[in-house]
Design a protein around this ligand. Structure first.
Ligand code: SER
Length: 318
């Protein structure tokens, strides 16, 4: 990876990933792109270009202009928003990915990262210790697009030799940029409310268990699979990766140990609850551990303590 382009760079993962890749590979070797202006001022300190992933010609021109050899394709519409706008989610998530993969095949780009998600599973998947290779019949549009893009990644690799790699990310917890309309976002909101000493109304039932991961581990997963020795990858694309599993109740308990006055209640949103109920309670990520040495660092306690420290600092600086 010597010249990297990121799509969806202004999103929750895109922001942190851009800053980390600039730190590792140099400011002049990372081109952040999005349809939005950067939301984080740090993003403006490096290369930033407008790019709509529905415009493959625009992507091709940027690849040529910057001599790009690696792409991290993050632009996507998340689960809760996808249920409100399913056709648009299908267009952006699947057509956006086809545009990227097909442009990669026609240019000098040698490697592309396409993330999948816990959403690529569904109600008929074994939800505990969800295997790497298992039933994938999601019943929400975001998950449907993720299964399609996993298959597209495999197809472009097998048919055209496009080195498409990816991981199935769980809910990502971070503080730099807010997530945009996911089902797992409650965890970030709950932490922020606790730190602000505000009561929190959770839209998921107290016992809803989901896989989660703190941003530093997510960056380690995304970059790790891309830096891995390709000869050792049997799956290559769509590796299960997880770091912790918890329910709203368990997170609230942990927060109460830091903020004894923390109050929370539940008003279930049936759409997001149905999505969460169809996602794994815990994924088996042994294939990633075996094929490219994946290991997460943050568990629930370590993540909560670090989030509290950073969110408190943000509030102090406001
Ligand atoms: N965090 C995402 C969502 O909730 C899952 O990929 O939509």
């Amino acid at each position: 990876m010597t010249m990297i382009l990121i799509t969806g760079a202004s999103g929750q993962i895109g922001t942190d990933l851009t800053l980390e890749l600039r730190r590792r590979y140099g400011d002049r070797n990372v081109v952040a792109t999005d349809v939005r202006h950067p939301r984080n001022p740090e993003m403006e300190q490096g290369l930033y270009e407008f790019l709509d992933v529905m415009d493959p010609e625009g992507l091709r021109l940027l690849i040529e202009q910057y001599n790009v050899d690696t792409i991290f394709h993050l632009a996507a519409i998340l689960s809760a928003v996808a249920e409100r706008t399913p056709v648009r989610a299908w267009q952006v998530n699947t057509w956006g990915t086809v545009n990227v993969l097909d442009t990669v095949r026609r240019t000098q780009v040698s490697r592309v990262f396409v993330p999948s998600s816990i959403a690529a599973f569904g109600p008929t998947t074994p939800l505990d210790k969800t295997p790497q290779d298992t039933i994938q019949r999601p019943n929400a549009m975001y998950g449907i697009t993720k299964v399609a893009t996993e298959l597209l990644g495999d197809y472009y690799y097998e048919k055209f030799g496009v080195d498409c790699r990816g991981v199935r990310l769980p809910g990502i917890i971070s503080y730099k940029t807010p997530p945009g309309g996911g089902t797992t976002d409650y965890a970030i909101d709950m932490i922020a409310h606790a730190v602000r000493h505000e009561p929190y109304v959770c839209y998921l039932r107290a016992d809803t268990s989901l896989d989660m991961m703190y941003m530093p581990d997510a960056l380690h997963a995304c970059i790790g699979v891309m830096e891995a020795d390709g000869a050792k990858l049997r799956h290559r694309n769509a590796f299960n990766v997880t770091a912790m599993q918890f329910t709203p109740e368990q997170l609230a308990e942990k927060l109460t140990s830091h903020f004894p006055d923390f109050q929370w209640s539940i008003e279930v949103d049936p759409i997001r609850q149905a999505i969460a109920d169809s996602w794994p309670n815990s994924m088996d990520d042994s294939a990633a551990r075996k094929e490219w040495d994946w290991t997460p660092k943050y568990d629930l306690s370590a993540m909560t303590a670090d989030m509290i420290e950073h969110v408190s600092k943000q509030i102090h600086d406001e």
